[in-house]
Design a protein around this ligand. Sequence first.
Ligand SMILES: Cc1ncc(COP(=O)(O)O)c(C=O)c1O
Length: 389
Amino acid sequence: MSNGLADSLGRLGTETAFEVLARAKALEASGRRVIHLEIGEPDFTTPSHIVEAAVQALRNGETHYCPAPGIPALREACAEHLSRHRGLPIEASRVVVTPGAKPFLFFGVLATCNPGDEVIYPNPGFPIYESVIDFAGATPVPLPLVEDRGFAFSAEDLADRLTPKTKLVILNSPANPTGGIVERELNLEIAKLLADHDCWILTDEVYSEMLYDAAHDTIASHEGLLDRTILLDGFSKTFAMTGWRLGYAALPEPLVEPIVRLLINSVSCTAPAIQLAGVAALTGPRDEVNEMLAEFRRRREAIVTGLNELPGVSCVMPRGAFYAFPNITGTGMGAKELADRLLSKAGVAVLAGTAFGAYGDGYLRFSYANSLENIHEALAAFGGLLEQQ
Ligand SMILES: Cc1ncc(COP(=O)(O)O)c(C=O)c1O
């Protein structure tokens, strides 16, 4: 026995955001002030009517196991929401609910990929994609997101990577960490390419309602693709519900039973009181969500303007989510080195672009889920650090 651990664990990655958060918290514990721009979660509290729905549900005795794919009321609310928001005919029978959207990344890959299969995924992208592809023994095929295209890719780039071994194509719009989006025109081209290609698609749309001057378009709405697309959405971002752990997906019919089986083997089901809070979120008033979005828009302007004023830094205007992804190559420092210095010397926690894959080199990710005041303070501290170089 070597280290006593399964070999497969050597192929399982992680999310650097949690490590940086731990380092930032340790600094705070030693008395330092730290501005948190590393973690990808809204700083707002969950709208009160959603909290009330969960409290009420617990008081009403919703404290037991429930059906593994989700309670009918939430599956129906999700189907109705997806159908309306994406303009698609989605039946509740193909909606599955999980604790957070993340399990669909794991289970989606495990349910579809064998060792040797190729999976195309955005890079820089959410690190869990590459991690779970590797874990499944499949081959990760990065699809570079290019700054000059507003962090999109071209149809040719995708075409160049499609092979007879491609089993799954992962898309993410709006995207973490770049804030880029996949426009309808690009989806039309992708749909044409994939029409001739027998593979699954996983479209991660957890930021679908966090858009600025852009319309959401899902690959699932394009001809013939709904029946082979895992369309993923959740509550963490839109409703400031990260800690509740609630997500859902519309699955191709043949994947419903296998993914529910993976759920039964891992978590059994999603807490019913949390699911009832999800029903309240999807069917209740939107005022607080709209206020959050308006605030994110103000912060986006402030952070992008401020970053572009710093020497050696340039930042494209993100179209969605709540991340800015500035190019820092002009500072002469590498992404990891600069992120480390920002935390240790300036008290600003951010992530190196390389935390999102090799194509993130030369960039930092700033999550602007923090107050305008803190964003201005962080920009000033960043500017001060660059002046000292
Ligand atoms: C692109 C992307 N997909 C999925 C998730 C997972 O979200 P959840 O909290 O619903 O599991 C995140 C969270 O940061 C994300 O950025």
